[in-house]
Design a protein around this ligand. Structure first.
Ligand code: AHR
Length: 634
């Protein structure tokens, strides 16, 4: 049987224990949670008209130009100039294809806007959304005011009368004039919390449902960039969106399993929005910053140590941006953006997957500067990418010698690795740095691609491993699966936790495992042994137990990776009064089962009540299952 005991030494489980890792990969931000429907709204992609086509019966040479202000306006140099001459609807038009089309929902209001300037012109805009069959599913028109040659923003809202996941935006120009256009934008009104220019509510709801303890952002490799010029710089992602300077996404071409030449980071979703999202979700914000090194898989580009100051300053300023009062330089920037209250930043990551003596040298400079000014900030350090390598051991030694607060470990490994490593943290030093399992996922055979990799075999291996993380909450204080989102038509990396297209979203079996742990994390660990063996994996069973002292619940998670079902008696040994019945939640499936757009709930949790005999519950563990038992105590 299984014995569950509570003792005095039970450790507190960090509120940050289970979180989410967000990166703009697989169309995670642009074309993903960022609800902007227009691709290349400001004509700044590598090819200025990417995403756009120019149409019409009456377009002469030079009537459509992209003007580039270059260094006169570094953040947003380009705009579109149209010469419209006694045009009728159908004569001069521009069409935007969206991100793999646009997801338009029937009955929802859409907010169209643009920045423009014109002088002595009389131009009317006909704006419509059409579906794949070219049926109009939303339309409006409005006259542009004379702006006497200065830039102005104008917008118009209209309702969609039908739905399409593949709509496009058509803008026809009627009248006469010379017109400059920029920041052509279309947002649904049903964004997360109804924020204008906000996020896709269905995707964010998936995160909210997980009740994540933290949100790590903005990545991932995009923190490092293909090269230093293309690294993530948070200061360029805040303030008015038309002043945020976009860059090529690191997942655009290089080191990408599926190149996406039109993948850019517009930063409509930037650090302010990430902090705000963390607050919305009740999650601790966990930003990761570039440490003066570009992605080492790609280039060996590093900034010389004597030129590291601006990078370190970015970190110091970020802490002030998040936590400083409104009179501080960066705190006032936050306040101007609409958030006077601090964001309560406690954790900061230095570098993503960086390694080697160059990393250690740079990490030390960051540590010294940040700890001198903000000793309370918990710093997270990279341990590279290979948790079983000499490189990892070297880095670990160095980081422990530095008295690192938290070490970030990443592992994308086979399901078998996860099973064998369920005891990975059993021997870790309880008095040393805390561990952040910052990126992990079980990767089945590489010949399997895309969402086919999110099969139950991977999810159950992760579940078994996660019992080990939970059991070791004394040393592991954060964990996040990665990557988080992927678009079914535009991914670079798989498996992923949540798959989306323009209108739909579903959780993988891996998502269900994460959600089960995260929404039942408890407050304190308990000791649990199976058949008197404390070794996880014995008899293909894995267990962890926690108590939620607030809700007064004992929560036991069991994973059976055997093809046979097993019956086990679970005895809750050390409580005087426990409920006479409990709740069982069962996640099970064939190893090859996966969820999909067509069948989003093939693998889904089943709940049932269970009666206890005295202090014992007799539980059947189906083949390949994750079973959770919850019993009240007082
Ligand atoms: O999660 C996908 C990528 O895997 C991340 O960007 C990177 O940190 C890791 O190599």
């Amino acid at each position: 049987g299984i014995l569950v005991r509570a003792g005095k030494a039970d450790t507190e489980i960090a509120s940050t224990m289970w979180g989410v890792f967000f990166e703009d990969i697989n169309m995670g931000a642009d074309g993903g949670i960022y609800a902007e429907l227009v691709k290349n709204r400001s004509f700044e992609f590598a090819k200025p008209l990417m995403g756009w086509s120019v149409k019409g019966k009456k377009i002469a040479e030079g009537d459509v130009l992209v003007l580039n202000r270059q260094e006169n306006q570094v953040a947003n140099p380009r705009f579109l100039r149209l010469n419209v001459n006694a045009a009728m609807k159908g004569d001069v038009g521009i069409i935007n294809e969206g991100f793999k089309g646009m997801g338009i929902k029937k009955g929802v209001r859409y907010d169209f806007s643009l920045m423009y300037r014109q002088q002595r012109s009389h131009v009317t805009l006909y704006v419509s959304l059409t579906d794949e069959q070219n049926n109009t599913i939303a339309e409006t028109h409005f006259k542009l005011a004379d702006t006497s040659g200065t830039w102005q923003k104008q917008g118009m809202s209209f309702d969609a009368t039908d739905a399409s996941g593949k709509a496009k935006l058509n803008i026809w120009f009627e009248g006469t004039g010379l017109l400059d256009l920029d920041m052509i934008s279309l947002f649904p009104s049903d964004t997360w919390k109804g924020r204008k220019g906000g996020m896709r509510s269905d995707m964010i709801q998936m995160l909210a449902d997980m009740k994540p303890g933290f949100i790590r952002f903005p990545g991932g490799c995009i923190v490092e960039g293909i090269d230093l010029a293309n690294r993530y710089q948070w200061k360029k992602t805040i303030g008015p969106i038309e002043e945020r300077q976009l860059i090529m996404n690191r997942w655009n071409v290089e080191f990408s399993h599926r190149p996406a030449p039109d993948y850019f980071q517009t930063f409509g979703l930037g650090f302010f929005e990430y902090f705000q999202l963390a607050e919305d979700l009740g999650a601790a914000p966990l930003p990761i910053l570039n440490c003066g090194m570009a992605c080492q898989f790609n280039t060996a580009e590093v900034v010389p140590l004597e030129q590291l100051d601006p990078y370190v300053q970015d970190a110091l300023d970020l802490i002030e941006f998040a936590n400083g009062d409104v009179t501080s330089e960066w705190g006032s920037v936050r306040a101007k953006m609409g958030h006077s209250k601090p964001f309560n930043l406690k954790y900061l990551g230095i570098g993503n997957e960086n390694w080697g003596p160059q990393y250690v040298e740079r990490a030390k400079v960051f540590q010294q500067a940040i700890k001198a000014k903000y000793p309370e900030i918990q710093l997270i350090y990279s341990s590279g990418t290979d948790p079983d390598s000499e490189r990892f051991r070297y880095l670990n030694g160095e980081l422990r010698a530095m008295d690192a607060n938290v070490i970030d470990e990443h592992y994308y490994r086979s399901p078998d690795w996860f099973l064998k490593n369920a005891g990975r943290y059993d021997q870790y030093d309880r008095n040393g740095p805390k561990i952040f399992a910052g990126e992990y996922a079980a990767h089945v055979d590489g010949k399997i691609t895309g969402s086919n990799r999110n099969i139950w075999q991977a999810a159950i291996a992760e579940a078994a491993f996660m019992t080990g993380l939970e059991r070791n909450a004394a040393v592991v204080n954060m964990a996040s699966y990665a990557p988080l989102f992927a678009n079914t038509e535009g991914w670079q990396w798989a498996p992923d936790l949540i798959w989306a297209d323009n209108l739909n979203v579903y959780g993988t079996p891996n998502y269900l495992v994460q959600k089960l742990f995260s929404t039942n994390k408890g407050t304190h660990t308990l000791s649990a042994s199976i058949d008197n063996k404390s070794i996880s994996g014995a008899d293909q069973l894995y267990v962890s137990a926690v108590a939620d002292r607030t809700k007064k619940e004992i929560i036991i998670k069991l994973v059976n990776t055997d093809t046979e079902s097993k019956i086990r008696e679970i005895t809750l040994d050390s409580w005087k009064n426990i409920g006479s019945s409990g709740k069982l939640t069962v996640l099970k499936g064939n190893l090859t089962d996966r969820n999909s757009m067509e069948n989003p709930a093939l693998v889904s949790p089943q709940e049932q009540d269970i009666r206890l005999k005295g202090k014992t519950a007799t539980v059947t563990l189906p083949p390949n299952s994750l079973v959770m038992l919850k019993v009240k105590y007082n």
